[in-house]
Design a protein around this ligand. Structure first.
Ligand code: NAD
Length: 395
């Protein structure tokens, strides 16, 4: 390696697995260079969460990061770890600093069939992570009255629209998005599709939402025409827009193998649907792609808390390290690509292939054994599974 990866460590069971993955699967084969940040909850607390900002800035410097799963503290965690306060979600902090879109991609193996029989290739969900319902304001109108939408420009000019004349009680909600955020969402999706050589499908409800959703449609089309059409043609990939209802109808009949760009709420709901229909959260990778050309790879799952408590009791766990390993290979492959290091890219491809072959030959962790058809040959603990991969990788 020439340039380092930004390595962001995390918590609980995934923190236990992280050094084992490095020691058995990466360090023996790669002259690994990393810029390390400890985002374990104790260190975030000790540094007043400064370490999270430092890690995001390091990704801005080096371009590529790999992140372990981290605890987002709630009340119970504050007590459990005796924290100074309920620190914010590290993913939220990093996303805010890098400004990006999160893409979740399932890892497919032959012996775990998706619930939807026609799906043969991964469906990647790109979720817009700003605005709409998630930054909305709402109120309960308990008496009859007039609800209005008022927009006051900085120069004082006012636009006023009647929402509804309530004759009795009712509910109200107002939401927004920004042109800049929609643009950066579109750029991230088209760049990701070019990188992965995938068609892009995008859907809204613009027939009903003639201004709000239509804006998304217009921005996507304009950015595609201006910046991406030619490159898409060269790679023989396509951009396809449709209505959200048509989209879901086509989705369940499709073969997969495309990027589904989702508005915030659609992405929230549909990424769980896609993950569950493909089999398991432990087989779902996630990458944050910033419009400024930064990449952060991680597993889509959390710290697997219950397995950690088992581990602390001295019991063996069968936590599936697949998505963590794919986070590493995703980051190494991207580092290789940016640094023109073909060997590094080749290594990442090999490790992915070894892992998939191992599972397809029936060697897997307990979570996959519940789904596998034909049934698993051997159900392995996390460490046994990593050791099996290491043995095969050596070979
Ligand atoms: P989780 O994803 O850790 O686990 C949910 C369930 O999914 C587990 O009970 C387990 O049955 C299964 N599972 C997940 N990953 C697995 C794996 N690799 N192998 C086997 N089974 C697996 O989510 P949670 O329990 O809701 O959250 C635990 C902690 O993780 C929380 O503190 C939360 O804040 C954090 N979290 C972090 C991230 C992140 O950093 N990206 C994402 C989600 C949750």
């Amino acid at each position: 390696m020439t340039n380092p990866l930004v390595e962001i460590d995390g918590d609980e069971m995934t923190r236990v697995l992280w050094p084992i993955i490095k020691e058995k699967l990466i360090v023996p084969f790669v002259d690994l260079k990393t810029d390390y940040y400890d985002l374990g909850i104790e260190n975030r607390d000790a540094t007043d969460d400064q370490v999270t900002t430092d890690a995001a800035n390091a990704i801005k410097k080096w371009g590529v990061g790999v992140k372990n799963a981290t605890i987002t503290p709630n009340g119970a965690r504050v007590k459990e770890y005796n924290l100074k306060k309920q620190w914010k979600s590290p993913n939220g902090t990093i996303r805010a600093l890098l400004d990006g879109t999160v893409f979740r991609k399932p890892i497919l193996v032959k012996n775990i069939e998706p619930s939807i029989k026609s799906w043969k290739k991964p469906i990647i969900v790109g979720r817009h992570a700003y605005g709409d319902l998630y930054k909305s304001v709402e109120t309960y109108a308990c008496h009859p009255g007039k609800a209005e939408l008022v927009f006051t420009e900085t120069n004082g000019k006012e636009k006023r629209i009647t929402i509804h004349d309530f004759e009795g009680a009712g509910v109200l909600q107002a939401m927004h998005n920004t042109e800049e955020s929609i643009q950066s969402f579109a750029h991230s999706c088209f760049r990701f599709a070019l990188d992965q050589q995938l068609d892009v499908w995008f859907a809204t409800k613009d027939t009903i939402s003639k201004t709000y959703d239509q804006r998304f449609k217009i921005v996507f089309q304009r950015i595609f025409d201006k910046h991406y059409q030619q490159d898409f043609e060269k790679k023989n990939i396509h951009y396809y827009y449709t209505l959200i209802d048509d989209m879901v109808a086509k989705l369940v009949k499709s073969e997969g193998g495309f990027l589904w760009a989702c508005k915030n709420y659609d992405g929230d709901v549909m990424s769980d649907l896609v993950a569950s229909a493909f089999g398991s959260l432990a087989m779902m990778t996630s990458v944050l792609v910033s419009p400024n050309g930064y990449f952060e790879y991680e597993a889509a799952h959390g710290t697997v808390q219950q397995h950690y408590y088992k581990h602390l009791r001295g019991e063996k766990t069968s936590t599936n390290p697949t998505a963590l390993i794919f986070a590493w290979t995703g980051a190494l492959r991207k580092r290789g690509e940016l640094d023109f290091n073909a060997n590094l890219q080749l290594f990442a491809d090999k490790l992915d292939r070894v892992l998939i072959e191992t599972v397809e030959e029936g060697f897997m962790t307990g979570d996959l054994a519940l789904l596998a058809n034909p049934p698993a040959q051997r159900i392995l603990s996390s460490v046994e599974f990593i050791e099996e991969l290491s043995k095969r990788l050596q070979r």
